[in-house]
Design a protein around this ligand. Structure first.
Ligand code: PLP
Length: 369
């Protein structure tokens, strides 16, 4: 049996003929930039999230850079985020001209440890940037309370958490501004790169809109330095086809995660903690073991598409050597980088696939005999 990580057939089961008919029409009409398709998706996603504004951009990374620019982060400002995250979170801070400051991960949630925020904040801190890592909401009550106490903006990196909820609210809409990615690997996936910035603040919305369009307010009138990064019409059309299924797909991911947890409960594996006041959307299903690399090889040999996210923590990546971060500085992040393994998880995954993965994992730990 083969257990893949993605099944694009299942994602397009509905609506493919209509989609290709629309592509043909769009290509022949020559309409491709900020069209009605983009506005339709922005409106639909805003309605889904119960937020005032959604602005489509070129990628999740661009969403983060544009949001930081819109919040006024500039050279000398510090942005606090977590050491256990994808490269793009920290790269975006540097690309916006600001200085990233990291806090270590929590040993049970693998995400931001809000108890460590105190030691990271200085007079130069401008923005807090929690990441809803692997689809689990960050501890937003603590983050928001901390931000209010220190007068900071909150930028949520929700690139892995479309549709996840924290105390009933969709992540991305709890802080000042939220960012999503529609990279083909994500829970809501375009057919290429795409991203979105969401906010309910009209002043920030305008700053975002201007900064995705080269700082232009009318032709030849550029009032800020921005990116040229807009969600393209074809991707918006793909996303509109998929959005109505997102909640159902997330529910199925939760079902697959609970199958895994039931079947793996007896093995020497740890799982990301799930809290009662949240709806995790399991972008990734992580298991934790100090025999990670052996287990990875064992499952790969059995055609199970497991993967490591992320084997080298951000602070030890060569790209950030000039930041002065050292090995041992964020020990929890370093430990999880060495111990986490993502099992395949898809909305269309069958219980038979989960059974097969669980049998192979059991055979690895306790032998097949
Ligand atoms: C994917 C991702 C991004 C970047 O999104 P892209 O669309 O790939 O640019 C940023 N942050 C996190 C946590 C991500 O997983």
């Amino acid at each position: 049996m083969k257990v893949p990580r993605y099944n694009f057939h299942a994602q397009f089961a509905q609506g493919l003929p209509e989609l290709t008919r629309d592509f043909e029409r769009m290509l022949l009409e020559g309409r491709s930039v900020l069209t009605a398709e983009v506005r339709a998706f922005e409106d639909a996603f805003a309605k889904f999230l119960q937020v005032q504004y959604v602005r489509g951009v070129g990628s999740g990374t661009d969403a983060l850079i544009i949001s930081l620019l819109a919040l006024g982060a500039r050279r000398g400002d510090e942005v606090v985020t977590q050491a256990n995250t994808f490269h793009a979170t920290v790269a975006a801070i540097r690309l916006a001209g600001a200085t990233p400051v990291l806090v270590d991960a929590d040993d049970e949630t693998f995400g931001l440890d809000a108890r460590r925020l105190d030691s990271a904040v200085t007079a130069r801190t401008k923005v807090l940037m929690p990441v809803h890592l692997y689809g689990k909401p960050a501890p937003m009550a603590a983050v928001i309370a901390f931000a209010q106490r220190h007068g900071l903006a909150v930028l949520e990196d929700a690139a892995q958490a479309h549709g996840a909820r924290y105390r009933g609210r969709y992540v991305g809409t709890i802080g000042t501004i939220g960012c999503f990615s529609f990279h083909p690997s994500k829970n809501l996936a375009a057919a290429g790169d795409g991203g979105a910035v969401v906010t309910s603040d009209p002043i920030i919305e305008e700053a975002v809109r201007i900064r995705r369009e080269l700082g232009q307010v009318q032709q030849n009138n550029h009032i800020a330095i921005g990116l040229n990064s807009k969600l393209d019409a074809i991707q918006a059309r793909v996303l509109s086809t998929k959005l109505p299924f997102l909640s159902d797909w997330n529910g199925r991911r939760r079902q697959v995660a609970s199958w895994y947890r039931d079947r793996l409960a007896e093995l020497p594996l740890r799982f990301q903690r799930v809290d009662p006041d949240e709806e995790h959307v399991f972008h990734l299903f992580q298991v934790r073991t100090d025999r990670r690399d052996e287990l990875l090889r064992y499952l790969r040999e059995r055609e199970i598409d497991v993967v490591v996210r992320y084997p080298v923590p951000v602070h030890l990546q060569p790209a950030f050597h000039d930041a002065g971060w050292r090995e041992g500085q964020f020990p929890v992040s370093e430990r999880v980088a060495g111990e986490l393994l993502c099992l395949p998880i898809r909305a269309d995954m069958s219980v038979h696939e989960v059974d097969y993965v669980a049998e192979c994992a059991r055979a690895f730990f306790v032998g097949s005999g």
